[in-house]
Structures are given as structure tokens and as C-alpha cells.
Design a protein around this ligand. Sequence first.
Ligand code: UDP
Length: 329
Amino acid sequence: MKVLIVGGAGYIGSHMVKHLIRAGKEVTVVDDLSSGYRDAVVAGAELIVGSIANAGLLDTLFAQQRFDVVMHFASFIQVGESVVKPAKYYANNVLATLTLLDAMLEAGVSRFIFSSTAAVYGDPSYIPIDEAHPKNPINPYGRTKWMVEQVLDDYDRAYGLKSVCLRYFNAAGADPEGELGERHVPETHLIPLVLQAASGRREQVSVFGTDYDTPDGTCIRDYIHVADLCEAHALAIDYLLAGGESARFNLGNGQGFSVQEVIDTARKVTGRNINVRYESRRAGDPARLVADSRLARQVLGWEPKRAALETIIADAWSWEQKWPWGPTV
Ligand code: UDP
């Protein structure tokens, strides 16, 4: 089986490449290295440095290789940036994705797996959030993902393109073997920031808001291990290859932890002091986001194996200690 992974040098994409290489699949990566790393693409995978906005590059690639499935991890992901630079997000997350889909249709490749997000739901009207929950994204990032999902519905109806959209809740953790992990610059996600404060690469971590309607006043999120995400993607490939219809699945553990609980757990796991600064709320953060992922379990047979928050943090901590990044990023 041959898989094209766009964005395969980034955080989740690179873990996916390793997962499939380990499973004996042929993997080609297209990544422009705008936020990915050449050395995050494990040996055995082919890396083509280039953009999915480059129709010529894609046409040449699809003419040379016959892919069974295409996986898309090449989106920009910073919510705050998407608010101040929406053009950047619409150009890459929507327009370049259309270019990729055009090339696939042209080449007759009809299976697509798309990294979507809980941000398509916006402020939840109920918890846990299932796939039928209304889609009201509250920022350009979430809107770009929801737009692509809608495009994919239309492309299935018109062109028979079969897609699985996987709506991630809070992706976290690192390769349990310690080879790969999160390397965002700038880093905006809670767990790596907490661990940078534990390792001393950062003086402190900020807690954005202590007055939410939650037991300890800090926001509650559903953290899901990147290795469990990869397993869900691999199952989604099997599902599409078996002739499955287009589908959308939430990927989360179904259990929420507050920002304060994450910090307390990180203190326990690392045995380190973690300095915390309590600040006011960050714009656009709902109090609680927790997934109902029963559909992925039922239809794909997915079962998260590294669901415990301690495990997620322990794997991310191994990576934080291993990687010689040097100064705070
Ligand atoms: N958060 C925080 N301090 C930080 C980064 C994040 O308190 O330095 C909070 C954020 O407000 C949210 C949760 O941690 O409630 C998870 O944020 P993250 O950016 O990791 O993911 P998001 O839920 O925004 O996708």
C-alpha cells in the first residue's frame, strides 16, 4: 500500500509517517518545511520538499506514483494568528487543499484523510460533544477546517471522493520510543509549555483564566495521545480501503482535565517545580471541550491505549528532556 502524507514533517504527521513505515507501508511525504523538520521524517519514507499549493509539483508526483490514499496534515494551526492573518489561513488551509484535491481527482485517487479539529464546533452547546453537534467555528482557523469538510461532502457527491475527517480534541504527548515529539515554534500548547517550565527552558507557565465555570476555575480540555491519534488514522485507512463511506469522527479520550490538573499532574510526573502565573482569560477559549468519541470506537474499532494523562505527560516529558533545543522557543 502506498500513502501520500502531506505535512508529514510536522508534529502529528511525522508520528503518522513512522506508524505507517513500521507497519510496512510505502510512504511519500510532501512538506514545505515551513513548520516541519526534515529530520522528523523517519528513515524509509521519501520526503519531497514542496508545497501542496504547487499544482505542477503535485501533478508530476501523481503521474509518477499511484497512491492508495492521501493524508493531509499540512494546515496552519494557530488560532490567534488566524484571527490577525486570516488570509494566510484561507490561502493555505483552504485554497492549497483545493489544489491538492484537484490533483487527486485528476489522477483518479479517491481516498482522503483529513486532520480536522474540535474547533469546527465553536462554543459547545452540550458536553460531551458528538459529531452531530452544531458547527459554529468562532475563529478563522476553525472556519477553514469546517470549509474543507463541507468541500469534501460536495466532492463525494459530485466526484465520488471518499474522505474521513478526524476532529482532534487536544493532541498531546510524544512518540513513546522518544524519537519524535512536538516542536512548534512558537509553542502555544499547554502541555509542552508546562514541561518547558519544568525543565527550566521557560521560567514559568501562564494559566489563562481562573474564573471559568469549572470546579477549579480553569479550562477543561480532552487531551489525546498522538500515538492514539495515529492508530485512529491507520484504522481510517483500513476503513476507506474496505469501501467505507465518507465519515467524520471525533478523536478524544472523553475525559476532561483542567489546566490546573495538567500542571499538578506534570509536577507529579516530572518531580520538578513548575512556576505558574495566573493570568486573565485568553480570547476565544470555551470553558470545557470534551469529546464523545463513541462513533470512532464503534465504526473504526478504535481504542485509545495511552489515554491516561500521566502517560501523555510522561511521554512528552521524555521528549522535552531528550531534545537539545537549548533556549526557550
Ligand atoms: N493554556 C494556558 N496557558 C498556556 C497555554 C494554554 O492556560 O500557556 C490553556 C488554554 O487557555 C486552554 C488550555 O490551556 O484552556 C489548552 O490550550 P491549548 O492552546 O493547548 O489548546 P486549545 O484547547 O486552545 O486547542
